[in-house]
Design a protein around this ligand. Sequence first.
Ligand SMILES: [Zn+2]
Length: 441
Amino acid sequence: MNNLENLEKNIPDLTIWGGTILTLNRKNEIITNGQIDIRNGRIASIRSVDRPTELKAKKVIDASHCLVLPGLINGHTHTGMTLLRGYADDMPLYSWLHDKIFPVEKKWGSQDFVYLGTLLAILEMIRSGTTLFNDMYYFEEAAARAVHESGIRGICGQTLIEISGVEDTSKIFGQFDEYLSKTQNFPRVLPAIAPHSVYGVSDSVWEKIVVYAEKNNLRVHLHLQETTSEVEDCRKKRGLTPTAFFEKIGLWRNRCVAAHAVCLEPSDIEILSRHGVGVIHNPESNLKLGTGICPVVSLRKAGVKVSLGTDGAASNNNLDLLQEADFALKLQIFQNGVGKLTAEDIVKILTIEGAEAFKLDHEMGSLEVGKSADLIAVSLEGPHAVPVYNPFSHLAYSATGADVKHSVVGGSVLMENRKILTLDEEAILSEAREWGRRIAL
Ligand SMILES: [Zn+2]
């Protein structure tokens, strides 16, 4: 290789320059006047500079007056449900699900519904700083296709549920084989199996799920102990809490994440910690459906890795993780007192700790050389961002998703100066409005 070829090889594909970088690395280093060079989708260098030194980068993004940080991780959502935003509110969980959500899903659920709903969700998530989301829904192949087309990352969990009447579980494992082979062509999709909950799946099917997940080395995503009645019913039926039941049947031997975990006993927390189960806290959905508050402080104290999720847009009703973080912090203050969960903690939960909950921290969650270039730049230009004494406090308590200016995933720019580059935003919004009109009829 001659010198010219060598020089060409070292030219970054992308340079992001000018912001304050929150690395979220082990030392939690903050780099002012930062420059990040990206090659082949990965971070090639991070340093502080006076002005861009790699002027030959194929593309340069100006992040001055921004905080640059790892992309946010939405630990639990149902993106296909985004077309049901605001369809049913002000109801408790049981009647919300059985009287409104399951019937409307049965009527309208289809590949097209999920594809468009997921595209709509992805637009909102890119715009508010999410670069990876963990999904659970029907027709998940359509969600995986939307992930692939948009350039975001998704852990796409095909759901399995016997109570809604949408799925026929006798066919599900055959369909799962097909689903897994289709998602192999989507490099930014990680497939998962997403059995709904202890009450949504019969015990004999749970045992098959354990075997299937182990055989295919599949990630497992489920709802866990969202309400007291779920725990009481399980105790009556099996003499165990759902967490203890899943331990008994061997489910926790897999890479599992459990959403909600609102009604936990100390013994449940010990089991989750012992098996390295990631817990997803969904505070806005839990409060909206009146189910309670996840004991995040106790879980973290026991060594459980926690991620933050929005849940679906039908129970939140937006997918803005920075708003969720503000709400989560204030709830933990209410539950535990001031200072037990801090602004810095919640930003870690959104990034590196979230990545640890999914066992993906070797690839993402912090800005370090060699990791995937999944990052966002959050503008500090608005009046609500002046002054900034502590960037973590600003992100946790003041910023919202609307402040996210640029988004990069695996080195590809998904949004620059708030313009989405990978999807036709207008076309998606207009089609989604049309779906809304049809569903409302
Ligand atoms: Zn959920």
